[in-house]
Write a protein that binds this ligand. Structure first.
Ligand SMILES: NC(=O)c1ccc[n+]([C@@H]2O[C@H](COP(=O)([O-])OP(=O)(O)OC[C@H]3O[C@@H](n4cnc5c(N)ncnc54)[C@H](OP(=O)(O)O)[C@@H]3O)[C@@H](O)[C@H]2O)c1
Length: 274
């Protein structure tokens, strides 16, 4: 039996993951900014699922959640940093209030939750699941701030994987393509100051044309995450869905092409050896 601590359980992946874990008999510390949104979900799992308030931008609240998890279940062995939202618009269009607020959730919130959890996880070992995105693999015009945040999640996760291996803690970086959650609805923020110069690269069209029609089934995504958490040999990177795989293949090919194209020029930068 595993014990999960999951952020952002009010909808989408977080909610489904909490339910799927509880339904198979695991224990769950489900958290949400507004805890009343998850109480009904937890009701059938009394004694195995507890609900706690957690806005991931509140580092003290993350510590309180960890303390309560230890008090209730003696700890946990899977941390899922799931909470997040998107900010779309060109880099020049964004304001510090917009992009700093998004980094507070998607990046610093993940860091603070992880830092709060690590003293417990280092004792038990286990798995950290960090929700990145296909947007954490490849950057495209109109999504720069969200890409930057998810690229940060990737870098933090890769570093953690190395740092935490000696403690028996694995890291899984989940990189979904478009999945039918609330993400493209209420979890997308558009920059307020849209500039006509960037109309062609605006993400607005992307949202309007895809919300409700995303090809990915979040329940199938959650089944893959459960399988990866259970597997001894799951890879660090888990691109989820065909769209994410296409992004990863495209990125690898473009990166390969770039590093090969100027190899002779760009490797000629070391001091001459005597
Ligand atoms: N669905 C996709 O296509 C997709 C693709 C790639 C990556 N992702 C990633 O998957 C993760 C989950 O998103 P989702 O698709 O499940 O969308 P979702 O249904 O909109 O869920 C987002 C969750 O994040 C929570 N959240 C936002 N800000 C928070 C904060 N400050 N503290 C705590 N919780 C907060 C929301 O809670 P509230 O109810 O309090 O707002 C909600 O529970 C995100 O990290 C997202 O970037 C999604």
């Amino acid at each position: 039996m595993k014990t999960w601590l999951i952020t952002g359980c009010s909808s989408g992946f977080g909610q489904r993951l909490a339910l799927a874990a509880a339904q198979r008999g695991d224990r769950v510390i489900a958290t949400a900014r507004n805890v009343t949104t998850i109480e009904e979900m937890a009701a059938p799992f009394a004694g195995r699922m507890i609900t706690l308030p957690l806005d991931v931008t509140d580092a003290a609240a993350a510590k309180a959640v960890v303390a309560k998890a230890v008090e209730t279940f003696g700890g946990f062995d899977v941390l899922v940093n799931n909470a997040g939202y998107g900010l779309f618009g060109a880099i020049e269009e964004g304001t510090p209030e917009e992009y700093r607020a998004m980094f507070e959730v998607n990046v610093f919130g993940l860091i603070e939750t992880t830092r709060a959890a690590l003293p417990v996880l280092r004792r038990s070992g286990g798995t950290i699941v960090n929700m990145s995105s296909g947007a954490g693999i490849e950057g495209r015009g109109g999504g720069g701030y969200y890409h930057a945040a998810k690229f940060a999640v990737e870098g933090i996760s890769e570093a953690l994987a190395g740092e935490l291996k000696p403690f028996g803690i694995r890291v899984l970086i989940v990189e979904p393509g478009p999945f039918r959650t609330e993400f493209l609805g209420r979890s997308i923020t558009m920059v307020a100051n849209e500039m006509p110069e960037y109309a062609a690269s605006s993400r607005r069209l992307y949202r309007e044309s895809n919300n409700g029609n995303q090809s990915g089934d979040p329940d199938r995504a959650v089944a893959v995450i459960l399988k990866a958490v259970d597997a001894e040999d799951a890879p660090l990177h888990l691109p989820l869905g065909p769209a994410a795989h296409a992004i990863a293949e495209r990125k690898l090919a473009a990166f390969r092409s770039d590093i090969d194209a100027w190899r002779d020029i760009t490797i000629a930068t070391d001091f001459d050896r005597p």
